[in-house]
Design a protein around this ligand. Structure first.
Ligand SMILES: Nc1ccn([C@@H]2O[C@H](COP(=O)(O)O)[C@@H](O)[C@H]2O)c(=O)n1
Ligand SMILES: C[C@@]1(CO)OP(=O)(O)OP(=O)(O)OC[C@H]1O
Length: 158
């Protein structure tokens, strides 16, 4: 049986000089406030994958109360989620992620992000899509207060 999942994540901007997006260090005038590295792309993706198999969410598996995850590389979360999927006999069919922010520009980094995600989930890069949009200066992303990501996935039997 194929199954679908969706995920959403937001992090507020704070002090710093880069944001992590899809495991790529993207230079920016601000960083993000987070317990881990604050990678909204990978957090939304993990939630979508976990949701597809009704396994709860990222905070259930990697609680922000756990010091183990302080400053964590979110790629480790993706690889751990892949393990949970494999235990249940599932692999990624395809993933489609949209990053929402006025800045930084995401598209120049999209292929590097796709390559990281494909490697961590053990699939070809053509199964992973990264897109981006602004909100035309509207809302919290438009005011550059934070960055958001939406992810949709299809998973299929291995
Ligand atoms: N952070 C972003 C936002 C957008 N893009 C790219 O620009 C295109 C136009 O964005 P609009 O919000 O004005 O529609 C968008 O389709 C993306 O290709 C980006 O790279 N990074
Ligand atoms: C990733 C975790 C790890 O503790 O913390 P944060 O980096 O704050 O990110 P969030 O998107 O709030 O998800 C919750 C946690 O699982």
């Amino acid at each position: 049986m194929i199954r679908i999942g969706q995920g959403f994540d937001v992090h507020a901007f704070g002090e710093g000089d880069h944001v992590m997006l899809g495991g790529v260090r993207v230079a920016h005038t601000q960083g993000v406030l987070a317990h881990s590295d604050g990678d909204v792309v990978l957090h939304a993706l993990c939630d979508a994958l976990l949701g597809s198999l009704a396994l709860g969410d990222i905070g259930k598996h990697f609680p922000p109360s756990d010091e183990q995850w302080r400053g964590a590389d979110s790629r480790a979360f993706v690889r751990a989620v892949r393990g949970l999927m494999l235990e249940r006999g599932y692999v990624l069919g395809n993933a489609d992620v949209t990053v929402i922010c006025e800045a930084p520009k995401v598209l120049p980094h999209a292929d590097a992000m796709r390559a990281n995600i494909a490697a961590d989930l053990g699939v070809d890069i053509d199964r992973v899509s990264i897109k981006a949009t602004t909100t035309e200066t509207l809302g919290f992303t438009g005011r550059r207060e934070g960055i958001a990501a939406l992810a949709s996935v299809l998973v299929q039997p291995a």
